[in-house]
Design a binder for this molecule. Structure first.
Ligand code: ZN
Length: 307
């Protein structure tokens, strides 16, 4: 089967995962986990968010965490922001790459960041005008389906990405924030976007709310997504479906890609160690590999790599 040979992984556990945790996670523990993740070989670790502490109390220590993590050369340490205030805080904390959160539908964006999609686009534009050496990576959350508005028309997604392209941005992300996408839809959406905007380095962010994340990742890479988001231990959740599964577990993604012969640069055993630490700290996880082990763990002689 003709399939891309390489993909980058962005680890989002300590941002997307920790933001959903009710109990405050000790700052030292966060730093310990981020430092473990730094050893795994990720292209990018989205380690925190600079958002209002009332909105996301668990990430109120973003500045302290930024100061104290051990930065491994070659790894991008990115953070999430939602407005100019957050962007300024991130820049002051020395962050060189931020993801700017923005939803494809007004209803979700208003619910999430109290602004329409258009107002959020204006916020991105204002931040781009600021004199900083911080790379802004905006995206489109709920781009495949919105818990308030249902299926999102492709034209709406295209309209958002047209802004990014017009601003000269190439590193952008597209998200199935609440696990509503299916693999054919992911393939078609990404393929159409890349047909229109071939220079985009598209990151795909999927949640495993309904068990479709690995299939969506498979389809997304085939359509040309260059970066995959995932969270060690499968942390995270969905505020609109209490108790639902969160981000796809990094160890499940790396395990699948390793078996498929897709290079990620990520060491699966080190991810499993980090994911076990995450589980120990927060008291739960949602991961096939932490439960079942690797596919060939029980076989003495490992089979040759499938090509
Ligand atoms: Zn997410």
């Amino acid at each position: 089967m003709d399939y891309p040979k390489k993909v980058k992984i962005r680890e989002v556990c300590t941002r997307d995962g920790f933001q959903m945790e009710r109990e405050f996670i000790d700052t030292d523990k966060k730093i310990e986990i981020i430092d473990l993740l730094s050893e795994c070989g990720f292209a990018d670790i989205q380690y925190t968010a600079f958002v209002h502490p009332r909105a996301v109390p668990n990430l109120k220590d973003a500045e302290v965490v930024s100061q104290r993590i051990k930065r491994v050369p070659g790894v991008t340490y990115s953070a999430l922001v939602a407005n100019e205030k957050g962007f300024e805080r991130a820049v002051a904390a020395g962050v060189k790459t931020v993801e700017f959160v923005l939803s494809a539908t007004d209803s979700h964006n208003i619910n999430n960041v109290n602004a329409t999609t258009k107002e959020s686009l204006q916020r991105v534009e204002e931040c781009l005008k600021k004199d900083s050496d911080c790379l802004i990576m905006p995206g489109a959350a709920v781009a495949f389906g919105c818990p308030f508005e249902g299926v999102v028309p492709f034209e709406r997604v295209k309209w958002i990405f047209q802004h990014y392209v017009d601003w000269g941005l190439t590193e952008v992300s597209i998200a199935d924030t609440t696990g509503m996408a299916n693999p054919i839809q992911v393939y078609d959406t990404i393929a159409r976007l890349l047909d229109l905007f071939p220079d985009l380095e598209l990151a795909l962010h999927v949640h495993n709310t309904r068990g479709m994340a690995l299939a969506n990742i498979f389809a997304g890479i085939q359509a040309g997504a260059k970066v995959i988001d995932s969270a060690a231990g499968g942390l995270g959740g969905c505020p609109y479906a209490p108790g639902a599964t969160g981000n796809i577990a990094t160890e499940d993604v790396i395990h699948m890609l390793d078996l498929m012969g897709v290079e990620t640069g990520v060491n699966l055993d080190k991810v499993i160690t980090a994911a076990n630490k995450v589980r120990e700290v927060v008291g739960h996880s949602d991961s096939y590999i932490l439960k079942a082990g690797k596919a060939f763990d029980l076989v003495k002689e490992k089979p040759k790599k499938q090509t």
